[in-house]
Design a protein around this ligand. Sequence first.
Ligand SMILES: [Zn+2]
Ligand SMILES: [Zn+2]
Length: 285
Amino acid sequence: MDDTCFTLHQWNMAVELSRQIQVPEIASRLVSHADRLLEHGKISDAVELFRKANCHKEASNLLFQVGEQAIKKWNDPLKIKKLFVLAALLTEEAKNVTTQNSLTMERVSKFLDAPWRPAEAWHYFILAQQQFQQGKLVAVMATSVKLQDYTDILDEETVFSMLALASALNKCFNVCSKAFTCLESIPSVGPADRESYSLLALDIFTKYPPKDGRSSQIECPHCATDIQDWSNNCPECNNRFSSCVATGRPLMDTSLIWTCRVCKHSAAEHDVLTRNSCPLCHSPI
Ligand SMILES: [Zn+2]
Ligand SMILES: [Zn+2]
């Protein structure tokens, strides 16, 4: 019976039967079949295999793990972001499936509990790069500040280098000096690079005192304190603001907000007017 299920690729039935009659080897055969597909680079076939077996959580877990490996191997941020968007969408799909089979997972990805975080990290990373390239200096400040939320996913040295550059260009030398302090304290930064950062910081801060200037102020909607318009939290009331997925800016005015029906992320309404799809998950608007 079990072999018939395997031959016919009825993984759903096979796993369900194994659960009912408690034959654990069926689950291990499913996992080893998935491993074989992965060895041959057939990621989508392996994911589809778990979905057919009604093991949706395992399918997203697998994709998150592939994503974690991809961060180390691939040099294509857009491809990595798409992989994580797919993993997050699979996790959302799993929530709507009432009768799921479950397998014992050898390794559980840290992203299963916060499925959109890696997609957000790579999304804002790509957005900041585009803003740098397009010379959108004011916009890149908010996005670079936002990137600090993802130093557990993105390369820390890259994040703080981008923040140091964005804040220097915006004459926000207080943020800039903090970014240099972080750069100099990253354990993986070698002594030569640490020395270069230290010399560059000395060069900058003997000319410019570490104070934030230039950028415009905005009133905190909760306590009316004036705060920098790129700040994603209020230092007075500690309120945190979510970020616009279209621009990276903090969403302080919550009256004119658009929210994606699929990923539930928001953007300022006027920033998505001309768009056909969600900037983060690319679902049609
Ligand atoms: Zn406040
Ligand atoms: Zn979306």
